[in-house]
Design a protein. Structure first.
Lengths: 284, 219
């Protein structure tokens, strides 16, 4: 996928070559893995409360990275720093650096709308617009002027719904309200909506927590399929889910990154005693 | 701290495995007594009581499946359950070898005894001690003790080679001992194989304790 620019079209944008991932340093990590996002010495404050403490990690492309940890550990806060969703919260402050393809996303000239198009987000509770299924997916394409004809728009909507494994279920009722879909279908619609604008990274904040096991399974299968094209970051309270679908897992505790490792290692032989205690249910 | 739900299952699994190990350990002792004291009743008992070990193996297998699916263990808990599932068949195979020794005893006890210099009791003792140490290492989750126990396999192998040579020499010298000599060769092979199974158990203990796979490797 072509990397886009974070700054407005008028500004000159140096092309930044893809770099080898710091995650490649993780034992056993495929050295061919490419870094999509890099977080360096990131601290985040809600007022005077330091919610994230000096976090450094790399999000590789074409992999699923899971953030796990007990409530209040900072995993959702960190997720929201990755596409500047925290900007809308008053009285917050950030130190450190977050890069997308080597470009600082907190640089003053960053076009936040463009950034959020490149880094899509799916939330805990599905939040379709009160519009038709078609319009939900077409919305981002229309407001960003990403299509040039009705045919192209319809084609992109169909492709997005197919990519979200929803097309077969809705192709005959595209004009019906999105509210008529089941919870699992609504969540996949939201994923289709995020995919429509051709993002490069998809952030998911507990995307299955409100879904039944069958709908959860469909979303999980979808996530594994989508990583072929995107970098995916998922926050989950469900450790089995992290084990099932992620390649890398980061464990957080009280705003600190305790361990970032291959998922298989985290759940069978973690390096840190605190990770061991958490995944075995000894605390949290 | 609140007790974890999985804790009780893990304790029950550990106890069951130790019960099984204890039964196998006893079977080694009884089968050797049946052989060396020419006690056929004891040999019959070893064969009969093997059913108990088989039954416990099935129970352990089911317990492991239940824990995996219902409690979804991770990290050290997962390694413990996986190790228990792998150790139990090794213990069961050890018990099977004692049954085979008991069958040799039943056959040999009907034949005139043969004299040879090799101290079979000593070899059996090392094997039995290996199993006891292995089970202790399992209980304590002690990888150092497990690795030390593995070293004893060389001693058993040396005993085996020594006894093998002596039996071959005996059969070559006196052809009337061949039928019984072959049976004795079977006995020492069973003892040697038991030590191999204890080695497998100890390798599994190292994985259980450290997450480190040492089998098929020089460490």
């Amino acid at each position: 996928m072509q990397s886009g620019s974070l700054v407005s079209p008028n500004a000159s944008t140096p092309s930044v070559p893809e770099r080898k991932s710091a995650a490649a340093e993780i034992r056993g990590q495929d050295p061919a893995v490419i870094a999509k996002m890099s977080i360096a010495n990131l601290s985040f404050y809600y007022g005077k409360t330091r919610a994230l403490k000096d976090i450094s990690l790399t999000i590789p492309n074409h992999q699923v990275t899971a953030f796990i940890g007990p409530s209040g550990c900072g995993k959702s806060t960190l997720l929201r720093t990755l596409n500047r969703m925290n900007d809308i919260i008053p009285n917050v402050r950030l130190e450190g650096r977050v890069e997308l393809d080597g470009q600082d996303i907190y640089a003053p000239r960053t076009d936040v709308v463009s950034l959020r198009r490149r880094i899509g987000m799916v939330f805990q509770k599905s939040n379709p617009f009160p519009r038709s299924i078609f319009d939900n997916v077409a919305y981002g394409l229309k407001i960003n002027n990403l299509t040039h004809s009705k045919a192209e728009l319809e084609s992109r909507v169909e492709a997005s719904l197919r990519a979200a494994a929803l097309w077969e279920e809705v192709k005959d009722r595209l004009k019906e309200s999105a509210y008529g879909l089941s919870g699992g279908q609504q969540q996949r619609l939201c994923i289709a909506r995020a995919l429509a604008v051709a993002p490069e990274v998809i952030l998911m904040d507990e995307p299955c927590s409100a879904l039944d096991p069958i709908a959860t399974q469909k979303i999980e299968e979808l996530i594994v399929e989508l990583k072929e094209q995107y970098a995916i970051v998922i926050v989950t309270h469900n450790m089995q889910q992290a084990a099932r679908i992620s390649d890398l897992t980061a464990f957080f505790w009280l705003g600190e990154l305790v361990e970032f490792n291959q998922t298989e290692k985290i759940f069978t032989r973690p390096d840190q005693p605190m990770t061991e205690d958490y995944v075995t249910g000894r605390f949290g | 701290m609140q007790k974890r739900l999985i804790e009780e299952d893990l304790h029950r699994l550990r106890d069951k495995l130790l019960l099984m190990g204890g039964a196998a350990e006893k079977a080694i002792m009884l089968s050797m007594r049946a052989l060396l004291e020419r006690d056929s009743e004891l040999a019959e008992r070893v064969i009969r009581e093997d059913d108990i070990v088989d039954q416990i193996e099935l129970e352990i297998d089911q317990m492991c499946v239940d824990i995996l699916v219902l409690k979804q263990p991770a990290a050290s808990d997962l390694r413990f359950v996986v190790s228990a599932a792998r150790v139990a068949p090794s213990v069961e195979r050890i018990a099977d070898h004692t049954v085979n020794i008991a069958k040799h005893a039943l056959s040999l006890n009907n034949e005139p005894s043969i004299e040879f210099a090799f101290d079979l009791q000593k070899m059996a003792h090392v094997v039995q001690k290996m199993l006891i140490d292995g089970l202790d290492a399992f209980t304590a989750g002690d990888p150092e003790k497990a690795q030390a126990t593995i070293q004893n396999d060389d001693e058993v192998d040396a005993y085996y080679d020594q006894c093998y040579a002596e039996l071959i020499e005996m059969m070559t010298r006196d052809s009337s001992t061949v039928a019984r000599g072959v049976q004795w060769l079977g006995v020492i092979k069973h003892l040697e194989r038991m030590a191999d199974y204890v080695t497998n158990i100890c390798e599994q203990i190292v994985y259980m304790a450290r997450g480190q796979v040492i089998k098929h490797s020089v460490w």
